[in-house]
Design a protein around this ligand. Structure first.
Ligand SMILES: Cc1ncc(COP(=O)(O)O)c(C=O)c1O
Length: 441
C-alpha cells in the first residue's frame, strides 16, 4: 500500500505537502490514545531531591521541574505557569506540544519507528531533499543526519580532516573563533573556545587555532594553504548573541576559496528560521561548503544535520567513514518535515522578523538595558550591572523563562510562534524583574 497519508489536524493551515506511507495496515494498540508514563505526582522540591541523587551533576541544579507545555507556555510540577522565552534554548520552534508535529510523530511511530542504516525511509529522503532546497544547495549537494548539534559538528570536523589536500602543503589546521561554541564532544569541543570547557579534557583533537572574533585582518593572516577548514557561527549564541560584523562571511568565503579551505557554518542555533530566515547566513550572499543544523530542526525532537554543498565537498566522506545508529531515524525526520512544513505554511518567518524587531526596539528603551543584539528571535542584551543570573531567578518568580549566558547578558530564544501580545507581557514585567534582581544582590 503506497498510498500517501496526509496529516492535517485542525488549524494547521492545510495538509502536509510531504507524503508518508499509509499505515492503515499497521496494528493499532488498543483504543487508549492517551497512554502516559507513570512517574507519580510530586512537588518540585521532591523531584529535585530525587534528581540530585540520580542524575549526574553536569548541569548543576535545575531551575524548575517542568511537567507540561502548550505553545509558548510551560507549567512546573507545582502548577506555576511560565512564558517560555528560551524555547529549550532555541529548540521548540513551534512551541510546546504543537498538535501538528505531535500528530505526525505519532503517525510515524505507529507506522515505522526505526530502521538501521542498512535501510532508508521515505521521510529521511524527503527531509534531505527539503533541506537541500531550503539552503539553495546546487546539484551534487548532500545531507548527513545526526541526533544533535555537536554530532553535526563532529561530522563536519571529519569532513575537514578529509580536506587534507594530501600534497606537500598538507592542510592540517582548522580555524575557529574566540568565543565559539560548537558542542561538547571531543571534536566539537576542540572547536569550542572556552577554556573552562576544554581544559579538563585535554588533549583534544589537534590542529584547531582560535583567532580573534570578527577580525578580518586576523582571518587573512590565518587562512593559508595549511588550513583545511574555517568554522564560523554567523551569530555566536553562547557568547551572548554576538553577530559577525557585516562583510566578514564574504571575506571568509573569498579567503577559503582562494586557499582550498572549507568554509563550514555552524547554524545549529541560528538556522531553521531563528533569525527570520531559513539560514542566518542567507544575507551574506555566499555559498558555504557546509552548514550544520540541529536545535529547531525537529521542533523539539532530537535531530541534527550536516549539509554539504556541491559534488566535491559532498564526496569527501565516503562509504564507511562515518555513521550513526539513530541519525536520520524515520520519527526524527518526520518530526523535522512537520516542523518545516508548519513554519512555511503558517508564515512563521514573518512572525519571527516582526516580533523580534518589536522586542529589540522595546527592550532598548528600558532603563538599565544596554546594547541589544541579534536577529529575529535570537536576542541578546546587556544590563547596566552584573545581575543577569539574578534576573533569571526574578524572571522565574514573575513567570518568565530567560537565560543568562554571561554575568550581565540576557539571551532570549523563544518559540518562533511567540506573539507580539506575549512579548508585551514580558516587556511590561521586565523593569520590575530587573529591579528585583538588583534588590536581591
Ligand atoms: C552554535 C552551536 N553549535 C553546536 C551546539 C551543540 O549542540 P548540541 O547541544 O545539540 O550538541 C550548540 C548548542 O548550544 C550551539 O549553540
Amino acid at each position: 500500500m503506497n498510498e500517501t497519508f496526509e496529516v492535517s489536524p485542525a488549524g494547521d493551515g492545510g495538509p502536509a505537502r510531504f507524503a508518508v506511507p499509509d499505515h492503515s495496515r499497521a496494528p493499532i494498540a488498543g483504543p487508549a490514545s492517551k497512554a502516559s508514563v507513570m512517574t507519580g505526582t510530586r512537588s518540585g522540591s521532591e523531584w529535585l531531591a530525587r534528581y540530585s541523587t540520580s542524575l549526574m551533576g553536569v548541569f548543576g541544579t535545575p531551575q524548575r521541574v517542568l511537567v507540561r507545555g502548550a505553545g509558548c507556555l510551560v507549567w512546573d510540577a507545582d502548577g506555576k505557569e511560565y512564558l517560555d522565552l528560551l524555547g529549550g534554548i532555541a529548540v521548540n520552534a513551534l512551541g510546546h506540544a504543537n498538535p501538528f508535529v505531535t500528530s505526525v510523530i505519532s503517525s510515524q511511530l505507529a507506522t515505522l519507528g526505526h530502521v538501521s542504516n542498512f535501510f532508508t525511509s521515505p521521510t529521511q529522503i524527503a527531509l534531505a531533499e527539503k533541506l537541500l532546497a531550503l539552503s539553495n544547495a546546487p546539484a551534487g549537494s548532500k545531507v548527513f543526519f545526526t541526533n544533535s548539534g555537536t554530532e553535526a559538528n563532529e561530522a563536519a570536523f571529519k569532513l575537514a580532516r578529509r580536506n587534507s589536500g594530501g600534497g606537500e602543503t598538507k592542510r592540517t589546521k582548522i580555524i575557529a573563533l574566540e568565543g565559539a561554541f560548537h558542542g561538547r564532544t571531543m571534536g566539537a569541543l576542540a572547536l569550542t573556545a572556552k577554556e573552562a570547557y576544554r581544559a579538563p579534557f585535554e588533549p583534544l583533537p589537534g590542529g584547531v587555532v582560535h583567532i580573534p572574533f570578527g577580525d578580518t585582518e586576523a582571518l587573512k593572516a590565518a587562512v593559508d594553504e595549511t588550513v583545511a577548514a574555517v568554522f564560523l557561527e554567523p551569530i555566536q549564541g553562547e557568547a551572548g548573541v554576538r553577530p559577525l560584523p557585516p562583510g566578514y562571511l564574504k571575506a571568509a568565503r573569498e579567503l577559503t576559496a582562494r586557499t582550498g579551505a572549507l568554509l563550514i557554518l555552524d547554524e545549529v542555533q541560528t538556522g531553521i528560521g531563528r533569525t527570520g530566515k531559513w539560514l542566518a547566513s542567507e544575507d551574506a550572499g555566499i555559498m558555504p561548503d557546509a552548514v550544520t543544523l540541529a536545535k529547531g530542526l525537529g521542533g523539539g525532537f532530537p535531530i541534527g544535520a550536516l549539509v554539504t554543498f556541491g559534488e566535491g565537498t559532498s564526496s569527501l566522506l565516503s562509504a564507511g567513514q562515518h555513521g550513526t545508529t539513530f541519525g536520520g531515524n524515520p520519527v526524527a525526520t518526520a518530526a523535522a518535515l512537520a516542523t518545516l512544513h508548519a513554519i512555511e505554511s503558517q508564515d512563521v518567518l514573518a512572525n519571527v522578523a516582526s516580533v523580534g524587531e518589536h522586542l529589540r526596539s522595546a527592550l532598548a528603551a528600558i532603563p538599565g538595558v544596554i546594547d541589544v543584539r541579534g536577529e529575529g528571535l535570537l536576542i541578546g542584551f546587556d544590563l547596566d550591572a552584573d545581575v543577569a543570573p539574578a534576573v533569571v531567578q526574578a524572571g522565574l518568580d514573575a513567570g518568565f523563562i530567560v537565560n543568562s549566558p554571561g554575568p550581565r547578558t540576557i539571551r532570549l530564544a523563544p518559540p518562533l510562534v511567540l506573539t507580539s501580545a506575549q512579548a508585551d507581557t514580558f516587556l511590561a514585567a521586565f523593569p520590575a524583574i530587573l529591579q528585583a534582581a538588583k534588590d536581591a544582590q
